[in-house]
Design a protein around this ligand. Sequence first.
Ligand SMILES: Nc1ncnc2c1ncn2[C@@H]1O[C@H](COP(=O)(O)OP(=O)(O)OP(=O)(O)O)[C@@H](O)[C@H]1O
Length: 311
Amino acid sequence: MIEVEHLSRSYGALKAVQDVSFRIEKGEILGLLGHNGAGKTTIMKMLTGYLEPSSGTIRIDGLDLAQERRAAQRRIGYLPENCPLYPEMTVLDALDYQATLLGLPPDRRLHAIRRAVERTELGAKATVTIGTLSRGYRQRVGVAQAILHEPRILILDEPTNGLDPSQIQHMRALIRELAQEATVIISTHILQEVEAICARVLIMRSGRLAFDGRLDAFGGTPRLVVRIGGADEALSVLGGIEGVSSVEVLDPSGEVRRFALTAAQPEEVAPRVAQAVCRQGWALHGLEIERHRLEDLFGAVTLEQMEVGHA
Ligand SMILES: Nc1ncnc2c1ncn2[C@@H]1O[C@H](COP(=O)(O)OP(=O)(O)OP(=O)(O)O)[C@@H](O)[C@H]1O
């Protein structure tokens, strides 16, 4: 568990983080969001014990980070942004070196390295030189280093930065897998990333915590958005589908129209909508669950910043 109370950090006159408090329970996957310079990395560095707060306290599983830094750090795995690696080392060399730095006793080292390699699916690349690996594999080496000592808390700074779509999918699956045994905090600019893997989000705004909430607790149930061609009676047909409680017209004119359907279980209603559209002989151009609510929230929270800033 992580307990942060009234955390602040200044760089000279600049207040990078101001009076931030939050609590993260075991097993949560939490997204830390914010514009460039909002204070995310500063918070992560303080949580990992690499940067001292100007004021405030951090407790890791009840240990005060300022008083028991080493013991607290042993519970944390950290993937820094653009994780630095030695390109001339092989994957195994790098993990062995990291195990030494972490102070893992020699009799535990081999087992720890094997387990980290298995979990990050690096077996086929174990003896390959890091400099020749793709970015996705290098990120996996960074994660393997971070989980060597089986930390209960994982802090990942921009873990999918620069990865291609299939590498992103793999990294997200890995993070979900890791979260079964650890609390995970991810800093990112990518809202879809948070929606895909996080249950809770913290949004930073100019060094202050502007929002802290569960993703399923705001915006209500996501709606089902359907795009269909040439359908004059669409409103009544869509509204008559079992499970649909209301229909909003998003694009009323044009060849392809967009409708948003409210339903308690949008995933269950989707096949019925597809069937109804096909039965009518209409062209189905798209059917998806609405995904922009976090975007709306982020926009609102950060717009407020601009309004305050201009006041
Ligand atoms: N070592 C430093 N010395 C002086 N100012 C710093 C230092 N590190 C960060 N800052 C400033 O503190 C503020 C917060 O920076 P931080 O890196 O925590 O933001 P961030 O949200 O992680 O941004 P990004 O998304 O761009 O990584 C910024 O204004 C930044 O310029």
